[in-house]
Design a protein around this ligand. Structure first.
Ligand SMILES: C[S@@+](CC[C@H](N)C(=O)[O-])C[C@H]1O[C@@H](n2cnc3c(N)ncnc32)[C@H](O)[C@@H]1O
Length: 341
């Protein structure tokens, strides 16, 4: 950037927003590296000195001290009398044995950290910086991170779905692009008599089956290997869930999927679309606007839609009682539902 002469008087605008945005990746990379190294599992067994942590984790002692101080500064760790321990948020969400562990979700964010570095190139080429096939089957490790990340996320912050959507009395759910099947597992556990089928790409379905078996949900939830654009949805369902997959599809594809979902339902059946949505002009909430960039970098048609558009598509498909409901914090998910007359 060319230098400009310094002005004699400073404008009365606070630049701290710019400073914090330009350095935000410092914090992200500290968190993701600590997660990758397994720091929070090491500290889970009790407080330790920096030198002991460095030794246990085969790290450079001087740098480890600086790194740990930054973890404390970020609120990930605590420090008392020279001993480091996990902050409560890290103990609950970043340790392997916690039922609310989000370690895999952090690993997936780690996998796409470098992808964000290619933002300019993507904007110039119009192509995603990372091929979705990498983490949807082709690269086994990244596929596992992705599928387990979806599972962790649903377990930790997606538990609200069965409260947000009432499936009482419903018997057969089709979960389109259902990933690990975790939402199906939660819904079928909550609503007795409900069975679910998860339509997924083969590489993801393999990992999902492993998760369903390990969580003893495989008697209520089964996998259908296929491609939701090409595979027939069949008939006889009284609920269709499409969660977290509209953000990888164009508006036209979303409309087609809503029509396919509507057609496979019995009268009175419900279509449920759950996702990160933006407000009508696409700029808010801030998380949603940034999520749109993450998706455009990692999927061919990646984007963020407005829930108002989904409502309109549902109405155009003939669905009635179209309703939007916000997920409870911290995730800005919204759930749009419509009933087949
Ligand atoms: C963000 S994940 C959401 C997973 C799950 N529904 C949830 O909300 O946790 C999107 C899912 O759509 C699946 N998917 C993407 N394209 C697909 C296609 N053409 N056919 C079937 N599944 C697809 C991906 O494999 C992935 O599991």
């Amino acid at each position: 950037m060319a230098s400009k002469p310094a002005s004699m008087s400073l404008p009365p605008i606070d630049p701290s927003k710019l400073i914090s945005l330009s350095t935000a990746y410092w914090g992200s990379q500290t968190l993701l590296t600590a997660n990758r190294l397994g720091l929070f599992d090491v500290l889970s067994s009790g407080p330790l000195r920096a030198s002991d942590i460095a030794e246990k984790m085969s790290l450079d002692p001087r740098m480890t001290g600086l790194f740990l101080n930054a973890c404390v500064g970020l609120g990930l760790c605590e420090k008392s009398d020279g001993l480091f321990s996990n902050a409560r948020v890290s103990e609950v969400f970043l340790t392997t044995n916690s039922p609310a562990s989000m370690q895999n979700s952090m690993s997936f964010m780690d996998d796409i950290y470098a992808t964000w570095g290619d933002l300019e190139q993507a904007l110039r080429s119009g192509q995603p910086a990372k091929a979705a096939t990498t983490y949807l089957g082709n690269n086994k490790e990244q596929t596992r991170h992705f599928v387990y990340s979806m599972h962790d996320r649903a377990m930790a912050i997606g538990r609200a779905l069965p409260d947000v959507v009432d499936l009482s009395g419903r018997k057969k759910l089709l979960d389109v692009g259902g990933g690990p099947g975790t939402f199906s597992a939660m819904l079928t556990a909550r609503y007795g008599g409900l069975q679910a089928e998860v339509l997924e790409l083969p590489g993801v379905a393999d990992v999902a089956e492993e998760i369903l078996k390990a969580t003893a949900a495989d008697d209520r939830v089964s996998m259908i290997r296929g491609n939701y654009h090409e595979t027939e949805f069949g008939s006889g369902y009284d609920a269709v869930l499409m969660s977290g997959m509209f953000h990888r599809e164009s508006a036209e594809n979303c409309q087609r999927l809503i029509e396919k979902a509507t057609n496979c339902l019995e009268p009175g059946g419900i279509v449920i679309v759950n996702d990160v949505f933006a407000d009508a002009d696409g700029t808010t909430p801030e998380f949603s606007a940034l999520f749109g960039i993450t998706m455009m970098l990692t999927a061919d048609d990646g984007c963020v839609h407005a829930d108002a558009d989904v409502s309109a598509w549902m109405e155009a498909s003939g669905l009635e009682d179209v309703t939007t409901c916000a997920f409870p914090p911290p995730m800005p998910h919204r759930v749009v539902t419509g009933i087949k007359p």
